[in-house]
Write a protein that binds this ligand. Structure first.
Ligand code: ZN
Length: 133
């Protein structure tokens, strides 16, 4: 597997309406897309920082993954996403190296990317996403 760059950093927020003005007004970034990902029970907002994006994640359901994360840990960094050539090949490779996967095969995430998550218990506490176009 070859990681080319950090594709995005996922950040859990209670409210996009509250968070977007901070990223735009204080940090001077521009939100270029807001998208709901129904099967993940989130609304996302994207900003570009060089080759890397910031993905803000607001829960649309307290029982969803981001709702539960915020209840347990509060707002903050949720996951790191690395860009790879081929998500399925990369997932297979890390599984062969003994890493537990959340996604055994890739699925569609925000922005139409193919994504797959590794289990944070197998990645030293960092929820890790692999993604590719
Ligand atoms: Zn992500």
């Amino acid at each position: 597997m070859k990681i080319s760059h950090i594709e995005h950093i996922g950040i859990a927020v209670k409210s996009l309406d509250e968070a977007i003005p901070y990223y735009e007004g204080v940090l001077g970034m521009k939100c270029y897309s807001v998208e709901e990902v129904a099967d993940q029970k989130v609304k996302t907002a994207f900003f570009k920082v060089g080759d890397t994006k910031i993905e803000l994640l607001e829960s649309t359901d307290p029982e969803g993954p981001i709702g539960k994360f915020i209840e347990k840990k509060g707002q903050g960094i949720h996951h790191l996403a690395f860009a790879v050539d081929n998500v399925d090949a990369a997932l297979e490779e890390v599984a062969e190296k003994g890493v537990t996967l959340i996604d055994k095969t890739s699925r569609k995430g925000a922005e139409g990317l193919n994504i797959g998550f590794l289990h944070p218990k197998a990645t030293l506490g960092v929820l890790t996403e692999l993604c590719a176009e």
